[in-house]
Design a protein around this ligand. Sequence first.
Ligand code: GLV
Ligand code: MN
Ligand code: MN
Length: 413
Amino acid sequence: MTMSVDEQRLTEELDALAAISEVPAPAVTRVVFSDADLRARAYVKSLCAAAGLLVHEDPVGNTFARWIGSRPELPPAGTGSHIDAIPNGGRFDGTVGVLGGLEAIRALQRGGFHPRRSIDLVIFTSEEPTRFLIGCLGSRLLAGTLDETAGEELRGGLDGSSLNEVRARAGFRGPLASVRLAPGAYASFAELHIEQGPLLERHGNDIGVVTAIAAPASLRIFVEGEGGHAGAVLMPDRHDAFLAAAEIALAVESAARSSGSIDTVATAGVCDIFPGVVNSVPSRARLDLDVRDIDQARRDEVLRRIEQACDEVARRRGVRFRIEPINADPPAACAPEVIDAIVRACEARGLGYERMISRAYHDSLFMSRIAPTAMIFIPCRGGVSHRPDEYASPEAIANGTAVLADTLADLSA
Ligand code: GLV
Ligand code: MN
Ligand code: MN
């Protein structure tokens, strides 16, 4: 079968999707269930329908666009990613896997390929944790790794509304329990994504074949001190909640840096101070932390050291603290059969590839619980991601899309 990717059309579609944003270009912000997210969903669904795919959505808004195979009773081969984007993010994170996935299907259609298994393009809801604090919301529910009752109670509206209220307003109703898929619902899953790191570019390789996905954990730390007048409270008498939080943030950095491995990373991405005015000593502070490693035991050791640091800082500064775990997921190992299909595709096309781990998390982390899963990475300039200057060249995207198309052909045959 001769099969070629329409690089120009894919570039135009990525441009059109990037223009659907809550902020001016080049930044992209598309928070789940925002007006921009809903318009982006409508755009992608219209492209899927135009390609003859059968589109359906589940109660949390995961969207499935199916190319029906000659044996529709068999579990499909899956691909896909996400179209939500963090505030002030870039245009390629997630979208390459969605529009590249669609173009892979169209390329196979144009090449006259007829799949035996159906091929599903999945657009997952809220891969980013921006709104509900928990990443991969849609794929967690699909894999049954988020308790549905806890899911119903997640809060994420600016007005404090619940996931149930927010999704109902966006037009998605029905019990979250019905989102869960049975193990085996997919025969395989392959996700195309930008690397979000510098290695492919540095090594001059076209494709990263992902063999494992790092284990992310996130948590909130609430610190309660004592507020007061910024002029009147004497320095020795203070119990400043922000300064305690700042010391904890530094302890987070040092716990990650001294883990003994470059694979350990930890970030304090949010620090919220109350009352947050210049002439009042902060009485409350909140840190949101993200801790990751490819080795779960080493990551969990960092979590323990953070808790110890909280204890020590709280005692010394006379403040109280509370830790609220958000998630602590195990790493995923990718499936040899999907890895092998990707490697065969790279070799057949003469593309340079290397095996690598994913330090970022992806919906594949959860799809791997219910289906043999692997990922295809493409280089992005300078390894930059989660920033407006995130960039992947049309050629790199076309390479990844072609490898995905070959992989899907292989896995759906
Ligand atoms: C996904 O966006 C991540 O934070 O790894
Ligand atoms: Mn992201
Ligand atoms: Mn992503």
